[in-house]
Design a protein around this ligand. Structure first.
Ligand SMILES: *[C@@H]1O[C@H](CO)[C@@H](O)[C@H](O)[C@H]1NC(C)=O
Ligand SMILES: *[C@@H]1O[C@H](CO)[C@@H](O)[C@H](O)[C@H]1NC(C)=O
Ligand SMILES: *[C@@H]1O[C@H](CO)[C@@H](O)[C@H](O)[C@H]1NC(C)=O
Length: 352
């Protein structure tokens, strides 16, 4: 009761009388604040620029095809210049060839068309001279027309640059490339929106095939034909795994599926995704660390197919530009039933 009484005088003291003088000063102050906003407020950040996602996609596809043509030419010339990048987290030597670098350079060059775009790539710190790269640059007009025609069917959507990123893998399966296992080699680009993959393109340079997928729309090849998924009963009970740690996943798969699945090893995350897409394998499982540029395009493709890529904690991967580039939680990729398989896997994983 006494509190209420004490409040009353304070409340009255806060009232401002609406006389012409006060209204005048109010207007002056508001005017100055507005002026200050006009002068300083807008310099704080770049104006937002919206971009048509179809334009970004067509450059991303052109970029992987041009990068991939360079990869194939360098292989034919036999001028790989293999170098070691040191060892990976799992103690495997990581290789780098001239083909990785030239492909990367050509891809980044094409994506410069979008200066405000954030591009995440494996070989960001490597520089090549323009003269060394020039002869691998295709006259891209035909390529461009081809891509444009195929992508015309994609619906129009505009987004701010600040929400998008492009993740690039200029040459996936470098190890297999140096061994001449060319079927595994791919070049990949992925467009993300708010850290989630929305578009992926995977090019196979030695087979001249591109598969692209737009989430909520579907999958298509470079002839512009939509890709239909195989019916589940026609998909063999095959789990596709990395060549480098097959044993570990095989033991796990034998426990989880009681020997009813075949475990097949293959190189390249891009290649393994394509095997799920064409229904020649059902699951892709990985239990050690893997970089996200190896996964982003495949993640977009599998989402476009109605499936999922999740880590072994059951979470989708985050591709925000400031996120950690290495995924250390393993992965499970599947077009159907990823979560029920994950819970079976988790029952057989060693406790953390
Ligand atoms: C690659 O495929 C595209 C269309 O799928 C075709 O137009 C082009 O000629 C092919 N290039 C080569 C080198 O075979
Ligand atoms: C696992 O497979 C073996 C041999 O095929 C079979 O005898 C056994 O009943 C299976 N176990 C389960 C839990 O399905
Ligand atoms: C499935 O895709 C892989 C990778 O692109 C390819 O090597 C294989 O030949 C394809 N198989 C079929 C039956 O389409």
């Amino acid at each position: 009761m006494s509190d209420l009484q004490n409040d009353r005088p304070n409340f009255r003291a806060m009232q401002i009388h609406l006389n012409p003088k006060n209204i005048f000063w109010c207007c002056v102050i508001i005017g100055f604040v507005y002026l200050a906003f006009l002068i300083w407020g807008k310099d704080d950040k770049f104006p937002e620029l919206a971009v048509e996602i179809r334009d970004v996609i067509s450059y991303a596809v052109l970029a992987v095809e041009m990068g991939g043509h360079a990869v194939a030419k360098i292989y034919q010339e036999n001028s790989l210049n293999i170098k070691s990048k040191g060892n990976t987290d799992v103690g495997k030597e990581e290789l780098l060839t001239r083909a990785d670098l030239v492909s990367n350079h050509l891809i980044l060059g094409l994506l410069k068309r979008f200066p405000a775009m954030n591009v995440v790539t494996e070989e960001k710190n490597e520089h090549m001279s323009e003269s060394e790269v020039e002869k691998y640059r295709d006259d891209n007009y035909d390529l461009w027309l081809n891509v444009r025609g195929a992508l015309e069917k994609i619906p129009s959507q505009k987004y701010d640059f600040s929400r998008m990123s492009i993740w690039i893998d200029p040459l996936d399966a470098t190890q297999e490339f140096t061994e001449g296992l060319l079927e595994y080699v791919t070049v990949m680009a992925c467009v993300t929106l708010d850290g989630k993959p929305v578009f992926g393109a995977i090019y196979r340079p030695f087979y001249n095939e591109t598969i692209f997928g737009l989430v909520n729309w579907g999958l298509m090849n470079s002839q512009g034909e939509k890709i239909a998924l195989k019916s589940p009963d026609k998909v063999p009970k095959t789990i596709i795994v990395s060549r480098s740690h097959t044993g570990q996943v095989k033991d796990l798969a034998d426990k989880v599926f009681n020997g009813t699945y075949t475990v097949e090893k293959a190189g390249g995350a891009g290649y393994k995704t394509l095997r799920l897409i064409n229904g020649t394998a059902e699951f892709y499982i990985h239990t050690t660390a893997i970089k996200k540029w190896d996964l982003c395009a495949g993640d977009a493709l599998i989402r476009a197919a109605g499936g999922e890529l999740i880590d072994l904690d059951g979470q989708p991967l985050d591709y925000s530009p400031d996120s950690e580039v290495v995924n250390k939680k393993g992965l499970l990729m599947a077009i159907r039933n990823p979560y029920s398989v994950l819970s079976r896997i988790r029952n057989h994983m060693p406790p953390k």
